[in-house]
Design a protein around this ligand. Sequence first.
Ligand code: FES
Length: 109
Amino acid sequence: MSVHIHVDGRRVPVPEGISLAAALVGSGHWTFRRHAVSGRPRGPFCGMGVCFECELTVDGQPGVRACLAHVRDGMRVETCPPTDPDDPSGGDVLAAAPGAGTTEEGRGV
Ligand code: FES
């Protein structure tokens, strides 16, 4: 069974009962926020609430870790602005299995 969430104003069907991070990645949303200093795109890394890379705004509340939140019907999610096409990173972010790689090098900081 699926529910619908709203991601940056677009209605998106997602499986019921999964984490918000999984729902977003599964629907093609990889950039959740931007690094405060470099502006580079960031997305889920640890998948278990440790790295804070998956923070976004949910129902008007900023700083929600998507890997710890579960989807619910009608949830409104705001990510960062779309990736700049001139961004040399191409908008790619590192996604890894939960608990994998915790060094700065592994995080691509
Ligand atoms: S992916 Fe959510 S805190 Fe690390």
